[in-house]
Design a protein around this ligand. Structure first.
Ligand SMILES: N[C@@H](CCC(=O)N[C@@H](CS)C(=O)NCC(=O)O)C(=O)O
Length: 317
């Protein structure tokens, strides 16, 4: 991670631990919002007015948090408005790197080699982890926001008329239900799989494991025979659910030891993942190769670095 703007030590997945050896995720540090007229959003400062060719999104295909924002960009028809750079899937000793691994891109905006360079460019004294996603402002040469929940919501309405799709990812009528759902699945499922995978005690692992499967059982029932959770089209809640489920059998079942059941054992969840995947703009955000290669590059969990051959995409959904 960065300490006072300097890269320190080798990359380690465990960020912080609680008293039981449980994984604690870092709180995001840049929380400004792009808005149609540049007024401040719910957090941070103003001045980030929506303009074409001003903002750039940095993502990793392995990362479920980054994928939320990429899906939001595509579903809102913002591809011509917001550029994207994709880091290589394997984490290096200096964290995320730009390179020529298939599907990855160089950093065409800042010419950086490592993601952490963007953080020190935005704040020369930054202390913390250089995570993706990052929404970058080319005009002010700084990070607007590095919290995927904020960025996803910004994609929905922050870019105003620049968004060429009218799809509403956060419809007024369903906001309370979406908020409640988000709060419920974040600790137990989205972050729950990480809590299982990065636990450093048996107890912390087993607690997280049970929560993951209790939540999958619950969501499976909630979804019932509906196509999407709350509307006739995907909303934020569906996106948040999808990004974890689409990685489940390929990464979390094996590497993170979430192996009570597979996605394939939940017919309704599996159908949901298929329908999301088939929604225009979503398939391009999923790279099974990056997902497997990325997760299995985490040396503390997989010292040999061997990437499993299976499962094949057809087995998943
Ligand atoms: N709160 C952040 C979390 C992002 C996050 O943890 N990203 C991971 C990849 S899945 C990362 O970049 N990790 C690098 C590190 O921890 O050094 C968000 O949701 O945007």
């Amino acid at each position: 991670m960065l300490v006072d703007g300097k890269w320190t030590a080798d990359w380690q997945p465990v960020q912080a631990k609680d008293e039981k050896g449980g994984f604690v995720r870092q709180v995001s540090g840049f929380r400004n919002w792009v808005t149609p007229d540049g007024v401040p959003g719910p957090t941070g400062e103003g001045g980030f007015v929506a303009e074409p060719d001003r903002y750039h999104l940095y993502v990793a295909y392995i990362c479920p948090w980054a994928s939320r924002t990429l899906i939001g960009r595509n579903l809102k028809g913002l591809r011509d408005v917001i550029g994207v750079s994709v880091v290589e899937p394997a984490l290096t000793r200096e964290g995320w790197r730009f390179g020529d691994y298939p599907g990855s891109t160089p950093d065409t905006v800042n010419g950086a080699t490592y993601m952490h360079e963007l953080y020190t460019r935005a704040d020369p004294h930054f202390t913390g982890r250089a995570t993706v996603p990052v929404l970058w402002d080319k005009k002010r040469a700084t990070i607007v926001n590095n919290e995927s929940a904020d960025i996803l919501r910004m994609m929905n309405d922050g870019f105003g008329a620049l968004a060429t799709s009218a799809l509403d990812l956060y419809p007024e009528a369903h906001r309370a239900a979406i908020d409640a759902f988000n709060e419920r699945i974040y600790p137990s499922l989205n972050n729950g799989v990480y809590r299982a995978g990065f636990a450093t005690t048996q107890l912390a692992y087993e607690e997280a494991f049970l929560e993951v499967f209790a939540m999958l059982d619950w969501v499976d029932g909630e979804l019932g025979d509906r196509r999407f959770l709350f509307a006739e089209h995907p909303t934020e809640a569906d996106i948040r659910l999808f990004v974890t489920l689409v990685r489940f059998d390929a990464a979390y079942h094996g590497l993170f030891k979430c192996n009570l059941r597979r996605l394939a054992d939940y017919p309704r969840l599996r159908r949901f993942v298929r329908q999301m995947y088939d929604w225009p703009g979503i398939a391009e955000t999923v790279s099974l190769d990056h997902i497997k290669r990325g997760y299995y590059s985490i040396a503390s969990l997989n010292p040999t670095g061997i990437v499993p051959v299976g499962p094949a995409q057809e087995q998943l959904f």
